[in-house]
Design a protein around this ligand. Structure first.
Ligand SMILES: [Zn+2]
Length: 228
């Protein structure tokens, strides 16, 4: 699926980027990047052709000839568009008029389709995301959008979890946030130790969710671990 056609907020994206840099949680990215997506695709094609040639593949075969272009398009438009902060989702928040005390908003079974930055192969999992609104309430779909944005770049699961948690805390202006991700790494499944059954669990929590004996933490973890 290519970059979804929801509304973007490049200005908010830039603020999120600066915030993550200040917290030491940003993905190692440089500003030496082409700004135009078509230019990025055109530049990647010959490099991927070279990789295929070196592997001994015949690029004149009609099944293979368009692969470099398909891969380049997939990198830029489909699986790594979350490197581009101009595509950051619009996250409208409304004023909170309720006292949530210790009750929280939770979005469960959010799809996590990412790629590991060490091997460029699939990370496939689900996230559970929760926060206690203070002054602001985010639309529920915004939680999914934030997960999706950070998943669409080369990732390590620990940093992905932290980036989502810190970004929700920043945008919703609340310290009380938790993110739980359970995912399979295809670099573990299909290469290396070839363990097909294992999954990786990561948790990032702030505020009330981080206190070891807190009720909200216990409830959140119960929900996250319950499965579908
Ligand atoms: Zn890997």
């Amino acid at each position: 699926m290519s970059h979804p056609v929801h509304k973007n907020n490049a200005e908010l994206g830039l603020k999120v980027h600066k915030h993550l840099v200040s917290k030491g949680l940003e993905t190692p990215i440089t500003d030496k990047v082409l700004s135009n997506n078509d230019e990025k695709i055109d530049s990647i094609i010959p490099h991927f052709e070279k990789i295929m040639e070196i592997l001994g593949l015949d690029l004149t075969d009609d099944s293979l000839e368009d692969t470099p272009k398909r891969v380049a398009k997939m990198y830029v438009n489909e699986i790594f568009w979350g490197l581009d902060y101009t595509k950051f989702p619009k996250c409208t928040a409304i004023e909170n008029k309720m006292d949530y005390r210790n009750s929280f908003v939770c979005e469960k079974n959010v799809n996590v389709q990412s790629n590991c930055e060490h091997h460029f192969v699939v990370i496939d999992g689900v996230a559970t995301v929760a926060y206690i609104p203070h002054k602001k309430v985010l639309g529920l779909s915004k939680l999914n959008r934030i997960v999706e944005f950070f998943a669409k770049r080369p990732q390590v699961q620990e940093r992905l979890t932290e980036q989502i948690c810190e970004t929700i805390s920043f945008i919703a202006e609340t310290d009380d946030v938790a993110v739980y991700i359970d995912a399979q790494h295809y670099c573990v499944k299909s290469r290396g130790i070839q363990d097909t059954g294992s999954s990786t669990v990561t948790l990032s929590s702030r505020g009330k969710f981080a206190a070891p004996d807190s009720e909200v933490r216990r409830e959140f973890l119960n929900i996250a671990r319950m499965g579908k």
